[in-house]
Ligand binder design. Structure first.
Ligand SMILES: NC(=O)c1ccc[n+]([C@@H]2O[C@H](COP(=O)([O-])OP(=O)(O)OC[C@H]3O[C@@H](n4cnc5c(N)ncnc54)[C@H](O)[C@@H]3O)[C@@H](O)[C@H]2O)c1
Length: 441
């Protein structure tokens, strides 16, 4: 039996809905917000749209970046009157924000999250919350000590397709979930971009197991409503970095432009020119770094096995030089299987919907279609912004992520990274004071 159904909006109310703590539920006055890290994510996700959509609720009182040119550019782009800073402490003392948005390079998040709370602000931080287990513990301790709150912005949870998967998993249709297969493909454009930028250095991004895969691990934790117990990983760098016969510092002066398939002209993007090229003189950072640089020290292929506290076993992989971009996910249960796949930006595959297939044992197969016409991470970005700055106070799909969620997502990546170096499985409970829960409530 084969049936197709079309879902207009992702889902009805999920069972077990909870009221989430939000940062902006009570005060009628405008909240004072500040941002540290005014790059593309800061300005594009938390700058311009917040000014445009929530100016009646929040007011920027300061912007900070280590690059004086970029922070001024950001202020101009956002059309703000607030002061700009290159000294974070000065901003926190003078501007006294109630909410601090952290959008710096990953390995610096913990410094600003912790200091921000000590200065009295609640935190909205981009993923990954931080990049190693020590910094993770320090954030958890600071949150307890200060009584302030950390919100981690897992926008992927908010895309309608993924929300529908969450709902189907909760419905009991496939029985008890026993295992999952999750494979993520970054293509030679988006994937390569991680190897051009600061992400290429483990000491800045924690590797893609933390920087990128923590998004995916968070989805798993959220979909399964359980926490990871043990992790084993493999990883290698076999395509980018040292694996080529020629290289340069960055694309613009490169003598191999005509023969390099990865040559990329940053000057074609006026926004990137304003933010990065025009401000190179301050920090020497090249947005168009060479993907063949020998200092690249992250893995470009990764495989991870995860055992959850609720006994679910997961096989995960991340590939960074795929011909197309997307992912495949499948959940196996005692009564059936839920599978979903996304292929992004393919000229030969422009269906206005994404599908989820539900197959029940000895029974039937159903294809569910979810419209995919929303921009900004499948509509996740706009929904997340609304949930942070103008929440309805319900959070029926448990999408609001706190510091524990932020920790559990990165701890899988950190454990996998540690496992790759030692060749041994890593127990999550050995990394921080957090003990994995089999069921989230
Ligand atoms: N959720 C998502 O889908 C998503 C998408 C993109 C980026 N991100 C996250 O957003 C963050 C920013 O990413 P981006 O792409 O905008 O990077 P970026 O390089 O464009 O911006 C980072 C900014 O931080 C500044 N900075 C670095 N160290 C600093 C310090 N010590 N003090 C003050 N400023 C400092 C840099 O000068 C830069 O302007 C990252 O943590 C990234 O993981 C999340």
């Amino acid at each position: 039996m084969y049936r197709r159904s079309f879902v207009k909006q992702a889902g009805t109310v999920a069972a077990g809905a909870v009221i989430a703590p939000h940062l902006l539920t009570t005060s009628a006055a405008k909240k004072r917000i500040a941002m540290v890290g005014t790059g593309i994510r800061g300005t594009g996700m938390w700058g311009t749209p917040v000014v445009q959509e929530f100016s009646d609720l929040v007011e920027f009182v300061g912007l900070c970046d280590i690059n004086p040119g970029r922070v001024q550019t950001a202020k101009d782009m956002l059309k703000l009157n607030c002061p700009v800073y290159t000294d974070f402490d000065k901003m926190m003392k003078e501007a006294r924000p109630e909410i601090l948005i952290v959008t710096t390079v990953d390995a610096t998040h913990s410094e600003f999250i912790i200091k921000g709370m000590e200065y009295g602000a609640d935190i909205v931080t981009e993923k990954p919350m931080t990049t190693d287990e020590k910094q993770c513990q320090a954030i958890l301790d600071a949150e307890k000590k200060t009584g302030k709150k950390v919100r981690v912005t897992f926008n992927y949870r908010y895309a309608p397709h993924r929300q529908k998967i969450y709902e189907l998993l909760r419905s009991g249709l496939i029985g008890t979930i026993t295992s999952a297969d999750f494979h993520w493909y970054l293509d030679v454009y988006h994937g390569a971009d991680y190897f051009r930028r600061w992400h290429r250095l483990r000491e800045k991004s924690g590797s893609l197991l933390v920087h990128k895969a923590s998004h995916h691990f968070d989805l798993l934790n959220w979909w399964l409503q359980s926490e990871p117990e043990e992790v084993f990983g493999y990883g290698a760098l076999e395509f980018y970095g040292k694996n080529n016969s020629f290289r340069s510092s960055h694309c613009r002066p490169c003598p191999y432009k005509s023969q390099c398939r990865f040559y990329w002209d940053v000057n074609k993007d006026p926004e990137l020119v304003k933010l990065y090229v025009d401000n190179e003189k301050y920090d020497g950072y090249h947005r168009d770094g060479c993907v063949w640089k020998e200092d690249i020290n992250i893995f470009d292929k990764m495989a991870v096995q995860i055992k959850y506290a609720n006994k679910v076993q997961v096989s995960y992989s991340l590939t960074t030089y795929s011909p197309y971009e997307g992912y495949r996910i499948a959940f196996n249960g005692t009564k059936g299987r839920i599978e979903a796949w996304i292929r992004e930006k393919q000229p030969w595959d422009e269906a206005p919907y994404d599908e989820i297939q539900v197959t029940t044992i000895f029974d039937k197969r159903e294809l569910i279609r979810i419209p995919n016409n929303e921009v900004g991470h499948g509509g996740g970005d706009a929904r997340l912004r609304k949930d942070i700055f103008n929440p309805d106070g319900k959070d029926i799909y448990r999408q609001a992520a706190n510091s524990r969620d932020g920790a559990m997502a990165i701890l899988i990546g950190i454990a996998a990274r540690n496992s790759i170096y030692t060749g041994k499985p890593v127990r999550i409970s050995d990394l921080t004071s957090l003990k994995p829960l089999d069921k989230l409530s």
